[in-house]
Design a protein around this ligand. Sequence first.
Ligand code: NDP
Length: 464
Amino acid sequence: TAPQTGLIGLGTMGAALALNIAEKGFPIAVWNRTGSVTQAFHANAGDLAPRITPTATLAELVQAITPPRAIILMVPAGQAVDDQLAALAPLLGPEDLVIDAGNANFRDTNRRDAAGLPFHFMGIGVSGGEEGARHGPSIMAGGPPAAWARMQPLLQAIAARAEDGTPCADHMGPSGAGHFVKAVHNGIEYADMQMIAETYGVMRDGLGMAAPAIAPVFDAWNKGILQSYLIEISGQVAATADPVTGAPLLDMIVDSAGQKGTGRWTAVEAQHLAAPVPVIEAAVMARNVSARRAERAAGEARFGRATPDLNLSVDDLEQALIAGKILCYAQGFAMMTAAAAEFGWALDMPAIARVWRAGCIIRSAMLNDMAAALAEDPARNLILAPFFAAQLDHSLPALRRVVAAGALQGMGLPALSAGLAWFDLMRQARGTANMIQGQRDFFGLHGFTRLDGLDHPHGPWAQA
Ligand code: NDP
């Protein structure tokens, strides 16, 4: 049968996705800007080659697909997507559908959607890296419900499956909603990675543990509440020896983290939404600081290193990480609640937690419990869900010990500290912003509201 689906961009993600689609029984036509890549891809497709139609031009790609067509774009986010949409415009009909599956900024997806493209348009977030794309990613779809209904069988067939068999692909909402949820996913990914790196740092610099001794700690955590892909690979990273020197590979890797910017988008959007996501912000900050190696070296030369010998156990670190993770996700879900209100989206919080349970980088056992807690009351902050409140009661003392020890010994733990500071504000019925309001009224006559409800908009500051 002739394909109804096409794919543009046979790079890392596109090639893996095309093979996944073909494997699930959907014939697919493919095109890549560099033609030799298309040929090589088809030649190496093995048993799947008969289901794949390689094409040499964009026009040939469109010709090879039976209308109404669905064409998946897997090219770098930004100008390349705009260029492809423009190139497709004269070739496609109004019933055809183009799906941007790259890491677009959701504002670009909104803009493209609003621009009135001469075909249907969706933006989907795909997580899980190459392995996920090949064997089952997590898919966060945005676009018109009719377009989702059309793509649902294919997207759910290629998606990862949670333990209960549910496919990890769902419709998040209209236009940029899918790419927005993907950005929050990536922000949380930054935060999860940073908090794990912070516990690694305490083990290395505080407890004096070498990488081979740290690996089994992560392996043990991966059997408990923290069970997750990122903890699992952290154990493997710590366990791996350098093929060149035989020393732990981790000790050979430069301590400067790269980023493609999706975590930063989340932090920026959170600021626009006035939604506090301090753990994610701290993680973005820490990546930026990591890049400043020379300045950090000068800082250490002037102020000295952190001092080891902490009275902490690895069990404290596990509990601190559990608490930090709950606080981080509570912030992320609250940010999406704010976004739903701001953008008029009906984001389904339990569905988002379910879509993240498998396939994506932040997949973890805890997301099952989060989905259940959000299903009880999607608008309630996750820290107030009885299950997580009880877990926090149990884990917070360790988070306090870890953050306090980090501060006393001079070890920066920005994400764990930021989570704790937010938590302590969130459980303080009488905060300190009365002082801010007093200051604002003093210098700017901004006024304030009185606790007793009396109408007295300004203080008598001028007479003071
Ligand atoms: P690659 O660099 O591996 O591949 C990019 C592909 O896009 C190539 O096929 C390239 O073709 C094509 N391309 C580049 N520029 C243009 C252009 N101007 N017009 C047409 N085609 C173009 O990228 P990835 O597969 O890693 O990433 C693709 C998208 O997926 C990105 O948005 C990325 O952020 C996202 N993503 C990536 C993940 C990952 O783990 N790598 C995970 C999740 C999302 P050519 O061969 O001619 O250069």
